[in-house]
Design a protein around this ligand. Sequence first.
Ligand code: IMP
Length: 191
Amino acid sequence: MELLFATANAHKIEEVRAMLAGTDITLITLLDRTDLGDAPETGDTFEHNACQKARYMYEKTGLPAIADDSGIEVDALGGAPGVHSKRFSPEATAEANNALLLSKLDGVSDRSARFRCVLAYVGDHGERTVDGRCEGQVATEASGTDGFGYDPLFLPNESPGRSMAELSMDEKNAISHRGRAFAQLPQLLVG
Ligand code: IMP
């Protein structure tokens, strides 16, 4: 079946294509359908934004659509940056976001954090969401070159001594928030 994935994030697309390899799902993304533009993302919860993005694309194309909204919640920052993870710093680049996170946690001993991902489906079966989490700690310095976003600063509890950016894509997908959300995709698609 064809599914429209409402993202133009090449890293997310690469991860999700690897997860769906061998299934009968053909993923169409906003990199394939540049005519569709960006989906709006104006809510203050992952659920709201994921549903908003998928609903927008379903209404525009009639294709069953999925969208994920994700980010990092840092306990010592009261759950920030959360839904604002992409634009945490004024520059909104991974480097600037990571530098800002490190500066906000300077001297802070509680470094517990989690990645969260809410995956929404909007299509002929209505609207549904599932979510995935990955618990860990924010490192005191970046390490690793794989992945994207906050990966070089995130130390998953399930990969002791290695940041998310030091894991292979298969290793990341096995424990990540996005991997755990997409593992539930089959139950979103049943009528
Ligand atoms: P959005 O889900 O497209 O709104 O983006 C959320 C933002 O959260 C990204 O731009 C990254 O900064 C961060 N983020 C989400 N998932 C990951 C991940 O798997 N690794 C690192 N950063 C992530």
